[in-house]
Design a protein around this ligand. Structure first.
Ligand SMILES: Cc1ncc(C[n+]2csc(CCOP(=O)(O)OP(=O)(O)O)c2C)c(N)n1
Ligand SMILES: [Mg+2]
Length: 382
């Protein structure tokens, strides 16, 4: 193209025309070189190490991402400790390693948009605004918990925060998520639903039925597959012929994309594109966001199914380290400013433990409240 440009320039009769033509071609060349440079070093195409690029996101965005991800990480590290001390019981699945997903989704959505996810729900619930206090109290099973102490780790819920759980049945929330989106369309709002599920859930029948109806009705929903490469101890490669889960959307003519989930920037960009499409009545999108959990599936998992090297590869690309590096190198944020954030997060987590410890247990009268009972269910016998 540039060659043709120079050839046709040579034919230009006026000197002024030739001069401005050369100027334009220099600009075009510069842009091509610049694009090539950026693509060559973009974190997505060079996944093993982040190179700090001049960021297009503001300092405030990076500060928000840093504090949010640090809070999620510290909250769950404390959760792990408390589980070991048997302060927290029952099932418990940590989100550690997947925080960039929560961070990128938060900056790409509005507070009125609705989130629904599976049982690995602590990170998204806190990101959506459920307080650390009520999340920790829920983990303790206390009455002040976000589900009144009746749901535990897998069933966080916050109506006012637009967080619709926390679901223990793998894949069940995919259908419920479409139901939420249907309600938004029915009420004529401008809100979008973000429906999260794992790579394991992507193989459930519920996904296919839901994709079909969601496309038929053009629902305002973004399906987000958090592909952390394992369903319990089983890798995607052992359960699926294709490793590209995003291609599942093709059968329903649903737009789809695959995204680097260790980068909050990439998550933000991909989710924003899909959210905008849904808001502009363009219907659903499937995003396969590739991520990694640093801890086991739940609290007792010998992790024999993966190598230490694989884990270290992802830890090398830790999103919190990356965001901190951008803040320090590009925005010249000082160690003192960072220390203030670290201390604030530490205090929030410590306070949440005190709050949970001091909160009351649910009253016995709560036992059958908020529980769905079908009075004429044939198998209930007194
Ligand atoms: C319908 C159903 N089948 C099986 C289980 C048992 N189970 C709990 S978690 C899980 C793995 C799901 O993996 P994935 O969807 O990838 O989510 P991740 O744990 O990686 O976040 C399974 C099979 C379940 N809870 N529900
Ligand atoms: Mg998984």
């Amino acid at each position: 193209m540039i060659f043709i440009g120079y050839k046709s320039l040579a034919k230009c009769p006026s000197k002024k025309g030739r001069k401005s033509g050369i100027f334009v071609l220099i600009l075009v060349n510069f842009k091509i070189l610049q694009d090539a440079f950026f693509l060559g070093f973009s974190p997505y195409l060079c996944p093993l190490k982040f190179k700090t690029l001049a960021p297009k996101f503001s300092k405030e965005t990076y500060l928000y991402w840093y504090e949010l991800m640090l809070l999620l990480r510290r909250f769950e590290e404390k959760t792990g400790q408390l589980y070991g001390m048997q302060k927290i019981r029952g099932f418990c699945h940590l989100y550690i390693g997947q925080e960039a997903l929560a961070a990128g989704c938060m900056t790409a959505t509005n507070p009125d948009d609705k989130f629904i996810t599976a049982y690995r729900d602590h990170g998204l619930a806190i990101a959506k605004g459920i307080t650390s206090n009520s999340c920790m109290a829920e983990l303790y099973g206390k009455a002040t918990g976000c589900s009144k102490g009746k749901g535990g780790s897998m069933h966080f819920f916050g109506l006012k925060e637009n967080f619709f759980g926390g679901h223990g049945i793998v894949g069940a929330q995919i259908g419920t998520g479409a139901g939420l989106a249907f309600a938004e369309r029915y009420r004529g709002t401008n809100n979008v639903v973000l429906c999260f599920f794992g790579d394991g859930a992507a193989r459930q029948g519920m996904l296919h039925e839901t994709f079909n109806m969601a496309m038929l009705w053009d629902l305002p929903i973004v399906f987000i597959c958090e592909n952390n490469h394992y369903a319990m101890g089983t890798s995607v490669a052992r359960t699926s012929k294709t490793l590209d889960i995003y291609k599942t959307a093709d059968a329903y003519e649903m737009p789809s994309d695959t995204i680097d989930g260790m980068s909050p920037e990439e998550v933000h960009n991909g989710v924003l594109r899909a959210v905008n499409r849904a808001r502009e009545k363009g219907g659903p999108t499937l995003l396969e966001i590739k991520t990694y959990r640093y801890k086991g599936h739940s609290m007792s998992d010998p992790q024999k199914y993966r190598t230490k090297e694989e884990l270290e590869e992802y830890k090398d690309r830790d999103p919190i380290d990356h965001v901190l590096r951008v803040l320090q190198t590009e925005y010249k944020v000082t160690d003192e400013e960072i220390e203030v954030i670290i201390e604030r997060v530490k205090k929030e987590v410590e306070d949440s433990v005190t709050f949970a410890e001091e909160s009351p247990w649910p009253d016995e009268s709560e036992l059958l409240k908020d529980v769905y009972i079908q009075q004429d269910y044939p198998f209930i016998m007194d």
